[in-house]
Design a protein around this ligand. Structure first.
Ligand code: SAM
Length: 261
């Protein structure tokens, strides 16, 4: 039976322990959890953090969560869609003074990329993001030159990303159709709206058609003569037959600066 809202609840206590151990929680940490579900991870997070702000969309889970955590002030349940919530306001309310918050969650897989983007593009970025995601998506996020995609470039432009451990489908109820992995993303570059828009315009153009060369993609998407694109590629030390997935982050940065001239 397909699960509504990506609801696969973690049953395996050992996995919850491993997530907690990976997150190096401190007693003054604020944690944002997306999709607390029945609260299994939430409960453990609250033992080690100052406060857990748990954002859950499903109407049916809210009374259950409120009841379960009625006797603690360390857990704040917010009934909202993570992609619609006013996150800057929420962060301003809870964490702006402390400046340290972590995002730790077993997220609904269908919105993995928007969730990661949402936090990396905040003025107040989290100290770290620890997420359970689909295993293949984890592998795409940490991909190295040769196998990169817009997703890996987007995450690695802002942050370092590592796959911490894999999690089999039997650790969940109901078991999903895919295997999972826990990843750790640590932001190291601030969001800069104007500069980043220019950078990603080049990245998106480079990846626009999968099988085509970078040269063809850039020239078609940016409506530029092939000869002038080829010249810029040459200046960046990139040959005419190279494909976007082969580029390193440094290559992209160099290209973005060359195409702005
Ligand atoms: N954290 C729980 C656990 O580990 O057992 C549940 C994880 S389950 C994979 C994903 C949770 O995200 C579900 O509780 C689901 O209702 C919730 N969810 C789905 N879409 C959401 C959204 N847009 N905003 C907030 N929560 C959402």
């Amino acid at each position: 039976m397909p699960t509504k809202l990506g609801q696969n609840f973690l049953q395996d206590k050992e996995i919850i322990k491993k997530i907690i151990a990976s997150s190096d929680l401190k007693e003054d940490d604020f944690v944002i959890e997306i999709g607390p579900g029945e609260g299994a991870l939430t409960e453990q997070l609250s033992k080690y953090a100052k406060k857990v702000i748990a954002i859950e969309l499903d109407d049916k889970l809210i009374p259950l969560l409120e009841k379960k955590f009625s006797d603690t002030k360390k857990i704040e349940i917010i009934h909202e869609d993570i992609l619609k919530i006013n996150l800057p306001e929420l962060l301003g309310h809870f964490v702006s003074k402390e400046k340290n918050y972590k995002v730790i969650a077993n997220i609904p897989y269908y919105i993995t990329s928007p969730i990661i983007r949402l936090f990396l593009e905040q003025d107040i970025q989290p100290e770290e993001i620890i997420l359970m995601v689909q295993k293949e998506v984890a592998e795409r996020i940490i991909a190295r030159p040769g196998e990169t995609s817009i997703l890996s470039v987007s995450v690695q432009y802002y942050a370092s990303a590592e796959l911490l451990f894999e999690v089999g489908r039997d650790s969940f109820s109901p078991a999903p159709k895919v295997d999972s992995a826990v990843i750790k993303i640590v932001p190291r570059r601030k969001f800069d709206k104007e500069a980043d828009k220019k950078f990603f315009r080049i990245v998106r153009s480079g990846f626009s058609a999968k099988r085509k060369t970078l040269l063809n993609n850039l020239s078609a998407s940016l409506r530029m003569e092939k000869s002038s694109v080829e010249e810029k590629l040459k200046t960046a030390g990139i040959g005419p037959t190279v494909r976007a997935q082969e580029l390193s982050l440094e290559n992209w940065k160099k290209l973005a600066s060359l195409f702005q001239k």
